[in-house]
Design a protein around this ligand. Sequence first.
Ligand SMILES: C[S@@+](CC[C@H](N)C(=O)[O-])C[C@H]1O[C@@H](n2cnc3c(N)ncnc32)[C@H](O)[C@@H]1O
Length: 256
Amino acid sequence: MTKKQLNQTSELVVCSQSRKNENMAIALAKRLNVPITDKPGEQLSLVVDEHCISLQGYGLSYYGDFEQMLHRITQGRLQHEMLVRVAKSKEEGRKAIDMTAGMGEDSLLLAASGYNVTMYEQNPVVAALLKDALRRAKKHPVLCDIVGRMQLVEGNSVELLKDSVERPDVVYLDPMFPARQKSGLIGKKLQLIQKLEQPCLQEEELLLAAQSLHPQKIIVKRPLKGAFLAGREPNYSIKGKAIRYDVFYTPGIIDK
Ligand SMILES: C[S@@+](CC[C@H](N)C(=O)[O-])C[C@H]1O[C@@H](n2cnc3c(N)ncnc32)[C@H](O)[C@@H]1O
């Protein structure tokens, strides 16, 4: 199977395994324009059961679960998160836009630190998984307040924010890393989700759209030794063990 084939959602099916949630499965299949089945498909399946919506295939299964992030946001550990340190702002009612939401984990860190976060996700399957993870987190005693500060918008952020009058404090960008890692080195989540995604072809557009919102900071997540997004040098970078945050803080600085 080629990478191109894997990136097509046309091979996807929605598998309904819950009478209770059958209508949800039907609506999802209709929205994604894919067949609905009662058994998982041969390749990728979005399986709707009593508990959640999961992505299954190739012997792997994944669903979004913000409870797995609890150890990073409780008991004083949140302030040690690099992203939280980079995004820190002293103003009240801070607003962030995550233009490349994925499964919303970085957005959760921002929301846990007090930001109201609007997340944009263009991949309809990823968006469905994220929406389901948010739905379940709303019932959790600790997570409910945090995810209450997270809103998901389905669609391409570059297009949707084109004429926006939003003025966020922070714009966050984490497009797909340019070089895909070997499957042995990455988790189940990335292995399955990478089957759906194309590498980012909109680096320049993402940066320009972020700049047009005039935030105090644009924060870009990169692989530690990865090239700058769109080749634009940031004002400064903060380095971790495997990743790096590049920060642009002066509107106009990313103009050529
Ligand atoms: C590496 S993942 C982000 C992971 C995320 N930071 C997290 O913590 O889960 C990149 C995501 O950005 C999405 N994406 C890329 N370009 C986008 C765009 N222009 N608008 C909306 N989503 C976009 C992709 O579909 C993909 O799901």
